[in-house]
Write a protein that binds this ligand. Structure first.
Ligand code: ADP
Ligand code: MG
Length: 356
């Protein structure tokens, strides 16, 4: 059985909207109105934007530009479809094994960003794992079996990111290993979300919140007297349509990104196989049900949430405690919940509120 993420994302969006409507006592209420809109298509998910603006027209323009930007990045980072005139990931994967091929600057920038992040990610998140991930993708799409380990092991021989030669000046990418494939799914949505947030923060509607299927990016605080946005943490163990929340994080000008085993998975003989693959076992990792990361940059939050999902709690906790400006909330495989001290200070259950 294959479960589409879209419905789950809709639930997450509704959850977010409910959260942002937590009752409040207005202090310093401005003349701005709250507007919201939703679109579907980019990054295979429902994306919503809520913003405070003086005029509806301001919101409508910001919304249209945000949608355009997400669609633009989606085409560039799409590993499965070609688009006329776009040197996207699909084209790079298809031709870069034969020699250097032109790649869109936005793709080159993301690939270089991931080279930079590599040491931080403890070899857990590797965008060169594409051959293994596309094999899982094929099996998940059919939904009847899991890939044989021998096949995965053979593909894993071709996953060295050092074999990806990026020439920023020439605008090209070359795979020194012709069997290598790239997959930027662990970070692309967050990277695009951050670019959208940059544009909004520099425009006429800097008070906003974007929700893009597990990736939330908050702009300036809501202009209605509250000091923070409320971002719900979904309970990964409840039925998605019940939309049960474990807690609410109160924050602004921050990203809140969740990686979970409930977002995209399929079942074979009663066992669930989700989409985040442990590079050692080449199978879905089983340390966590979900990990939520709070940090300013959405791309970093996205890469880190996938990384923490692939680390046992103790290792993840040590990494989180070593990072400045990064807070984490874990729901372990046994259902137990842990969070960093800084995360605790932002949680509704620990006394935080949108007003303080
Ligand atoms: P989501 O895409 O559901 O928001 P994540 O950000 O955690 O969740 O990214 C999961 C995606 O990352 C997978 O769909 C796949 O494309 C990719 N991926 C899975 N495992 C790895 C890995 N070990 N290294 C790099 N990318 C991975
Ligand atoms: Mg991620």
């Amino acid at each position: 059985m294959v479960f589409r993420r879209s419905l789950l994302c809709l639930a997450a969006v509704l959850c977010l909207v409910l959260c942002s409507c937590v009752p409040y006592e207005a202090n310093a209420v401005s003349s701005m109105q709250k507007y919201s809109g939703t679109f579907y298509g980019a990054f295979d998910t429902i994306i919503s934007l809520i913003g405070y603006a003086e005029k509806e027209e301001t919101f409508n323009t910001a919304f249209a530009e945000t949608q355009k930007l997400f669609e633009h990045y989606h085409r560039i980072y799409d590993a499965y479809n070609a688009y006329e005139g776009v040197n996207n990931l699909y084209a790079v994967n298809k031709y870069a094994g034969a020699g250097p091929v032109p790649a869109e600057p936005e793709l080159i920038d993301l690939l270089l960003y991931m080279k930079e992040l590599q040491p931080l990610l403890l070899d857990r998140v590797n965008v060169a794992l594409g051959s293994v991930l596309s094999c899982w993708h094929e099996y998940r799409t059919i939904g009847e079996a899991v890939p044989p380990i021998e096949q995965l092991q053979a593909l894993a021989e071709h996953c060295n990111y050092d074999d990806v030669i990026i020439d920023k000046d020439a605008g090209t990418v070359f795979f020194a290993d012709p069997h290598l494939l790239l997959d930027v799914g662990a970070v692309a949505k967050g990277y695009a979300c951050e670019r959208a947030a940059e544009a909004l923060l520099n425009g006429p509607m800097p008070s906003f919140i974007i929700s893009a299927g597990g990736n939330v990016r908050c702009g300036l605080a809501p202009k209605d007297g509250r000091k923070h946005w409320g971002v719900g943490i979904q309970d990964p163990l409840s039925e998605p349509f019940l939309n049960k929340m474990l807690d609410v994080i109160y924050t602004h000008e921050m990203s809140v990104v969740t990686s979970g085993d409930y977002q995209r998975f399929y079942e074979v003989n009663g066992t669930r196989y989700h989409h985040i693959i442990d590079p050692d076992t080449l199978f879905p990792s089983d340390y966590m049900h979900s990990v939520t990361v709070l940090t300013q940059d959405s791309a970093l939050a996205d890469a880190l949430s996938t990384c923490f999902f692939l680390l046992p709690y103790e290792k993840g906790r040590a990494l989180a405690d070593s990072l400045e400006g990064v807070e984490v909330y874990w729901v372990l495989e046994d259902g137990s919940i842990h969070f960093t001290d800084g995360m605790g200070a932002l949680l509704q259950s620990q006394g935080a509120s949108s007003l303080r």
